[in-house]
Design a protein around this ligand. Structure first.
Ligand SMILES: Nc1nc2c(ncn2[C@@H]2O[C@H](COP(=O)(O)OP(=O)(O)OP(=O)(O)O)[C@@H](O)[C@H]2O)c(=O)[nH]1
Length: 307
């Protein structure tokens, strides 16, 4: 086992990443020009050493999770909410990709370091996308519930994930993430379209708001899609929730936690799910489908969220 210490700075000298015990594929990443130099700066240092068996036993598990989906669907916001509990209103397009690291603990005191690869929406036509996705154990397919096109384009994003993994025995855990649920009143992608996509493609199903950190609006029964032989989908996690009298909604951090747990085959109990989530009630205002949501701006104040 090789122990690697990496330190990366952006072009302004801010630390992007400083951590050890990385897998070898990240080293490949560093040594190849996968990244636009404008968003990933200098590699500060690399040290390589060996690790004993006992050290290896006690080390954190490392998981690579990629966020993909159209530009402005909220991938960076989700990653920032997860890693830094922060949200920025201003849109700054991700060029290439950005990294986030966060350590989480799963049941059984299992420490997991998630490497979150936030892939810019413009990468869909680019040459590097397959390389960014390669090796990911988890894939969050993100769309904006108020932007139907961002949902439609998921076929292309998922197609790329399938292509990258076509020769692989182990398939990534894929989650469909409907973001911006705080804008429920502007929703253009119906929840049943979302669920159908999950069933057809065997993905996990999540609704979130990077802005609030929660899922708000229509109370969402968290569930898995129907599953196919192609995708690795564990149903263990969801059963307790499906049986729950009160459907629950996840916090952003729980989405990442659930994907990590599913990758590692760890079962989260209902109590563990509830620990990191708030149930949010919202009064809904339903509009005719053919109405342009932008014309509904004046009615936004009718939506009231009670926590
Ligand atoms: N209301 C609301 N706005 C959000 C939410 N998530 C993101 N946004 C906003 O949507 C815009 C785009 O968010 P980003 O996170 O930069 O989107 P992205 O998918 O990373 O975009 P690319 O870098 O182009 O791929 C920003 O103005 C965010 O503030 C959300 O949950 N609710």
């Amino acid at each position: 086992m090789v122990h690697i210490q990496l330190q990366l700075q952006d072009e302004h000298g801010a630390w992007l990443l400083s951590a050890g015990h990385f897998n070898l594929y990240l080293i490949r990443f560093v040594s190849c020009p996968y990244h636009s130099p404008t968003s990933l700066g200098a590699l500060r240092s690399v040290s390589v050493g060996t690790m004993s068996d006992s050290e290896e036993d006690s080390r954190d598990r490392q998981l690579k999770v990629v966020l993909i989906g159209d530009g402005a669907s909220g991938k960076t916001s989700l990653a920032t909410r997860f890693a830094q509990e922060a949200f920025g209103k201003q849109y700054k397009q991700t060029i290439g990709l950005d990294f986030f690291l966060k350590r989480i603990t799963l049941p059984g005191n299992l420490n997991v370091t998630l490497q979150v690869w936030d892939i810019g929406g413009q990468s869909i036509g680019g040459k590097m996308l397959d390389k960014y996705i390669y090796g990911a154990q988890g894939v969050l397919l993100v769309y904006d519930i108020t932007n139907y096109q961002s949902f439609e384009n998921l076929e292309d994003w998922l197609g790329m994930v399938k292509k990258v993994n076509e020769d692989s025995d182990v398939q990534p855990v894929v989650a469909l993430v409907g973001n911006k649920t705080d804008l429920e009143h502007m929703r253009t992608v119906k929840a049943d379209r979302h669920q159908r996509f999950c069933q057809e493609n065997g993905t996990l199903s999540l609704f979130v708001s990077a802005k609030t950190g929660d899922s708000v609006g229509r109370r969402q029964r968290v569930g898995y899609g129907g599953g196919t032989a192609v995708w690795k989908v564990s149903r263990q996690l969801i059963l307790p929730l499906c049986n729950s009298a009160l459907p629950l909604v996840p916090k952003v951090s729980l989405c990442f936690q659930r994907v990590a747990a599913d990758i590692l085959g760890v079962k989260l109990t209902k109590a563990e799910m509830e620990q990191s989530q708030k149930v949010v009630r919202a009064e809904l205002v339903d509009y005719p489908h053919d109405e342009d949501p932008s014309r509904q701006e004046a009615n936004h104040s009718k939506v009231c969220c009670v926590q």
